[in-house]
Design a protein around this ligand. Structure first.
Ligand code: ATP
Length: 229
């Protein structure tokens, strides 16, 4: 079943035309990675899907055209967003940050799910976020996105700036989401190696255009050629 379908999406900041006829889809239970270098338009793509950027073209979520809906209405339909830069509340505790993400579903059950995925942030649940490492903060940001019991998880470069050990823990958690839940994932990444480990399919975005797409296992060569993009 098709969960998200983007057709001929064009995105604009004022007169700047950043995405050009981008088309992609995410099926139920599937993980799609959108790969691309700095400035390719990856964040713009996620923000366009959430309704934070002016767009033309079609965005269908669960067969419903959502382009004209306000961001909060799109989220309520079943999206969870882990934004670029995490956007946590630094002076609030881990648990209070998580609870801010609660919406659809039972907050207590969702909290247990998040703590089961990330035992480290359960240990830190009463700590204020600003004293925590980047990786721990990333766990909180992903956890907050999961609190609304989403059908589609949108992840903006979860690997950004993280040490390998903690990144490994985050990868394990994302693999568990993939394997143990019905949640679909749209991941944007610069880290090709990581994205290929997680994704079922990959789309490559360069200068605002999709230049290549395919199954992850067919894209292994991408890693070798990536720096030529
Ligand atoms: P990065 O990995 O650096 O975040 P990205 O692939 O996510 O890159 P975007 O942040 O989506 O890329 O940026 C795509 C293009 O849009 C860039 O040329 C950028 O300069 C431009 N851009 C981004 N945000 C704005 C804005 N608010 N106003 C004008 N131009 C913008």
């Amino acid at each position: 079943m098709r969960l998200l379908e983007v057709r001929n999406l064009n995105s604009f900041y004022g007169k700047a035309h950043v995405l050009h006829d981008v088309s992609l889809h995410v099926d139920k239970g599937e993980t799609l990675a959108v790969l691309g270098p700095n400035g390719a338009g990856k964040t713009t793509l996620l923000n366009s899907i959430c309704g934070m950027v002016r767009t033309e073209g079609e965005i269908l979520f669960k067969d419903r055209e959502i382009s004209s809906l306000k961001p909060y209405r799109r989220i309520r339909l079943g999206m969870g967003v882990c934004p670029e830069g995490r956007k946590l509340f630094p002076d609030m505790t881990v648990e209070d940050n998580l609870l801010l993400g609660a919406g659809n579903g039972n907050a207590k059950e969702q909290l247990e799910f998040v703590y089961d995925l990330f035992p480290r942030i359960k240990e830190l649940k009463n700590n204020v976020v600003k004293n925590m490492s980047g990786g721990e903060q990333q766990m909180v940001a992903i956890g907050r996105a999961l609190m609304s019991n989403p059908e589609l998880l949108l992840l903006d470069e979860p690997s950004m700036g993280l040490a390998p050990i903690i990144l490994g823990k985050i990868m394990e958690a994302l693999k568990r989401i993939r394997e143990e839940t019905e949640i679909s994932i749209l991941l944007v990444e610069q880290n090709v190696h990581l994205a290929l480990q997680l994704a079922d399919r990959v789309s490559v975005l360069v200068k605002g255009e999709i230049v290549s797409e395919g199954k992850a296992e067919e894209m292994v060569d991408l890693e070798k050629h990536y720096f030529e993009l």
